[in-house]
Write a protein that binds this ligand. Structure first.
Ligand SMILES: [Zn+2]
Ligand SMILES: [Zn+2]
Length: 467
C-alpha cells in the first residue's frame, strides 16, 4: 500500500511537504518552509510531524525555499538519506540555503540579545552552515528525463517545469507485490513568458496528480502587454524625476527583469542610465543561470543569441552589482534616474525594505511588483493599495506609485493549469490541488468541473490519502 500525507502548502502557497509511505519505505517529496518560518518568533515547537531519521530519501522539485528551506533542519534531526534534484537545483541550493542559514543566524543573535537582557534562556537557530553542508553532501543529481531508482520499489523522473532554472515536474512510480501506482506532482509550473525558460513538459499518465494552484483563479495578462506596461512605467518614472524600485525574487524574476531591461536597452527604449542589482544572492543566482544557457528556450519568439554570449553585463551594460552594505546604502543618495532591483520579492526582508523606507513617501518614485505577493506581507499591503504601512518599527505613508505587472509571473495562470492537466490521457488521475490560497483553489475546482467534469480535491493539512 502507498499513502501520501499532506504536510504543507495546503490551502496556501508556502510550506510544500508531502510524506509518502510505500511498503516499508518512507520518502519526502519537498521539504519546504512556510513564509517567515525561520524567524525566531515563528519557529514552531514541533517542526516535523514525522521522525526525520526514518525518512529514506527526499525528492525535490526545485530550489525555492518554500520547497527546500527545511532540508538543513531535516539533516540536523538525523536524516541521512539521498536528496534527489536536478543539477541547477543543487547549484541554487548552495546559494539559497547558505543565505537562509546566515539570515537566521543574524536574527537569532538579535533575539538572544533581547532574551539575555530580560533574563530568558537564549535560543538556538533551526540550523546553521554545518547543517547546510550536510544537505549539500547528500544531494544526488539527475538530468531531466532520466528515470532513476530512489530506493527499492520507488522510481523518479524529472521533467522541465519551466518555473525557474532546474525546476521539475516530478513523476514517481511505486511498486510493491500487490500493485504499481504512479504519482505526478506538477511542482511549480511555469508561465512560458520568458525565453530564459522552456515551456512546462507535457505528462500524459498518472494515478494521482498533485497540481499547484497559485493562480487558480485567473489568467495573466499576455507577456507582450506586460512588457509594454513595464516600459511605460519606467518612462513615466524617468519623466517624474524619481527612481524605480523593483522588489524581485532572487531566483527567476530578477533574471527575467534584467533580460527585459536589456531588450529595452538594445532598442534604445530605456531612458534610465543606471540599473543596480542590489542583492548579493540574486547576483550569485544570475551567475548560475549563465552556466545553464543550454536550458534556455531557443524556440521562444523573443530568444536572442546575445543572452548567451558575454553574460549579464554584456546584455545590459548599464547594470552594476551592489555587493556590500556600503554600496547598498550609497544608493539611498540617488534621488532620480535609477532602477534598483532588490530582494526580498514580497518585501518581507532584505535590502528592499531600506529602499522603501527612503523612497515610499516620495510621489515621484515608482515601485514595480513583478511576482506573487502572499497574504500578510508588506508587498501584498502595497499591491492592495495601503496608504500607510508600518515596518522596521516606523510608520510610512505611501505616496510612490505602485504598479503590479502580472504577465511576468513564474507561475502558470488558470487556463495554462487547466490545459496542462487536460493532457493526461487515457483516464483522469485522482486530482488534488496544492500550493494555492483557498479561494484560488475553489475557482480552479469549479473550472475543472465545468470544463472536464473532473473533481478536484482540496486537501486539509495532515490529511492522508491512499494511492
Ligand atoms: Zn517556486
Ligand atoms: Zn512554490
Amino acid at each position: 500500500m502507498t499513502t501520501l500525507t499532506f504536510l504543507g502548502a495546503t490551502q496556501q502557497v508556502t510550506g510544500s511537504c508531502y510524506l509518502i509511505e510505500s511498503g516499508k519505505h518512507r520518502i519526502l517529496l519537498e521539504c519546504g518552509m512556510y513564509q517567515g518560518e525561520l524567524r525566531p518568533e515563528k519557529i514552531p515547537d514541533k517542526l516535523f510531524r514525522f521522525d526525520p531519521q526514518k525518512i529514506d530519501a527526499v525528492v525535490l522539485s526545485h530550489a525555492h525555499l518554500d520547497h527546500s528551506g527545511l532540508l538543513p533542519a531535516l539533516t540536523r534531526q538525523g536524516f541521512k538519506g539521498p536528496i534527489f534534484a536536478t543539477t541547477p537545483t543543487r547549484d541554487l541550493l548552495v546559494v539559497m540555503l547558505k543565505d537562509a542559514a546566515f539570515l537566521q543566524h543574524k536574527d537569532v543573535e538579535w533575539e538572544n540579545k533581547k532574551r539575555l537582557r530580560s533574563g530568558k534562556e537564549p535560543m538556538l537557530p533551526l540550523y546553521d552552515m554545518n547543517d547546510v553542508e550536510q544537505v549539500l553532501a547528500l544531494v544526488e543529481t539527475i538530468d531531466y528525463g532520466q528515470r532513476t531508482a530512489v530506493i527499492e520499489g520507488i522510481e523518479v523522473c524529472f521533467r522541465d517545469a519551466g518555473h525557474i532554472i532546474g525546476s521539475a515536474i516530478v513523476e514517481l512510480w511505486f511498486k510493491d507485490k500487490a500493485h504499481s501506482k504512479k504519482l505526478v506532482f506538477s511542482g511549480d509550473l511555469g508561465n512560458s513568458s520568458s525565453p530564459l525558460l522552456r515551456d512546462p513538459e507535457i505528462v500524459q499518465f498518472a494515478d494521482l496528480l498533485l497540481l499547484e494552484s497559485t493562480y487558480g483563479d485567473r489568467d495573466h495578462r499576455p507577456a507582450d502587454e506586460t512588457r509594454d506596461e513595464l516600459r511605460q512605467a519606467l518612462t513615466q518614472a524617468f519623466e517624474d524625476g524619481g527612481n524605480v524600485y523593483i522588489p524581485a525574487f532572487a531566483v527567476g524574476r530578477t533574471q527575467d527583469i534584467i533580460f527585459r531591461l536589456g531588450q529595452f536597452y538594445h532598442k534604445r527604449e530605456l531612458k534610465q542610465q543606471k540599473v543596480f542589482l542590489d542583492s548579493p544572492m540574486a547576483t550569485s543566482v544570475s551567475e548560475i543561470y549563465t552556466h545553464y544557457t543550454g536550458l534556455y528556450n531557443k524556440e521562444h519568439p523573443e530568444f536572442n543569441e546575445a543572452i548567451f554570449e558575454g553574460g549579464w553585463k554584456d546584455w545590459l551594460p548599464i547594470l552594476s552589482y551592489s555587493r556590500t552594505t556600503e554600496e547598498s546604502m550609497a544608493l539611498n543618495t540617488i534621488v532620480s534616474g535609477a532602477i534598483i532591483i532588490a530582494g526580498s520579492g514580497m518585501c518581507t526582508g532584505g535590502r528592499i525594505k531600506h529602499h522603501l523606507k527612503h523612497g515610499l513617501w516620495r510621489s515621484k518614485n515608482h515601485i514595480i511588483f513583478v511576482g506573487f505577493q502572499a497574504r500578510g506581507t508588506l508587498g501584498r499591503a502595497l499591491v492592495d493599495g495601503a496608504k500607510q504601512v508600518r515596518f522596521m518599527g516606523e510608520e510610512f505613508s505611501v505616496n510612490a506609485q505602485i504598479h503590479t505587472l502580472g504577465g511576468f509571473s513564474a507561475h502558470a495562470g488558470q487556463t495554462q493549469l487547466l490545459e496542462w492537466a487536460g493532457k493526461f490521457q487515457e483516464r483522469q488521475p485522482v486530482l488534488y490541488l496544492v500550493h494555492g490560497e483557498l479561494e484560488k483553489m475553489l475557482a480552479l475546482q469549479k473550472q475543472f468541473h465545468a470544463r472536464y467534469g473532473w473533481y478536484a480535491n482540496i486537501p486539509d493539512l495532515g490529511e492522508t490519502i491512499t494511492l
